[in-house]
Write a protein that binds this ligand. Structure first.
Ligand code: ADP
Ligand code: 5GP
Length: 185
């Protein structure tokens, strides 16, 4: 009996450590494939086009939507983000696991269009620790941090919509738990 290839969504409030956990996991297991989203957000120092994101302008994002090229998309803290459909479909067609790191609105859209997807929520050990991490990262001005913390309250309230919650206390432990959910180890 062959199991249907699985799509896994990792969501959680900004600053909880999603990118850190995924980066750690891929250092140990480079074969884990993560979808590269398109975004209208400007690159942070060190981010490269085509690696962390496909950085596009508003017109390019409009075209992606109009051409039906996005599996899902959302506005988050003033910028648009979306998952390119084709690359995900190609992987699933080949029977390979797919990981999306997207926000709550995107996770809800995936649940609608692909009910077999597994939804994983990454939670902070506490609210104060989330604020510390988001502020400590030092990548956003205070008004953007405030916007992201407002969004975080909504995201934390939606935790029960997810199939599994992982609490990001230890990056190593959460990465191992996520690998197990992906069926890699
Ligand atoms: P996200 O991708 O969810 O927005 P990041 O991966 O950028 O979050 O992490 C936000 C900040 O928190 C970074 O400075 C990162 O180093 C730190 N961080 C991530 N996970 C942990 C952890 N388990 N313990 C302490 N700090 C963490
Ligand atoms: P950041 O700007 O910190 O990289 O990402 C902000 C938020 O956008 C995070 O919650 C991240 O998971 C989410 N995000 C990244 N890519 C996508 C995407 O393709 N679709 C959706 N819906 N959210 C995304």
């Amino acid at each position: 009996m062959s199991e249907r290839p699985r799509l896994t969504v990792l969501s959680g409030p900004s600053g909880v450590g999603k990118s850190t956990v995924v980066a750690h996991m891929r250092k140990m297991h480079p074969e884990v494939w993560l979808s590269v989203s398109a975004t209208t957000r400007h690159p942070r120092p060190g981010e490269r086009d085509g690696v962390q994101y496909h950085f596009v302008d508003n017109d390019q994002f409009d075209k992606l939507i109009a051409n039906g090229e996005l599996l899902e998309w959302a506005v988050f803290a003033g910028n648009r983000y979306g998952t390119p459909r084709q690359a995900v479909q190609d992987r699933l067609d080949r029977g390979e696991p797919v990981l999306l790191e997207i926000d709550l609105q995107g996770a809800r859209q995936v649940r609608e269009s692909m009910p077999e997807a597994q939804l994983v929520f990454l939670a902070p050990p506490s609210w104060d620790e989330l604020v510390r991490r988001l502020t400590g990262r030092g990548t956003e001005p205070q008004h953007v941090i405030d916007q992201r913390l407002d969004a975080a309250k909504v995201e934390l309230a939606a935790e029960t919509e997810f199939d599994t919650t992982l609490v990001n206390t230890s990056v190593e432990q959460v990465a191992a738990e996520l690998l197990a959910l992906l069926g890699v180890v």
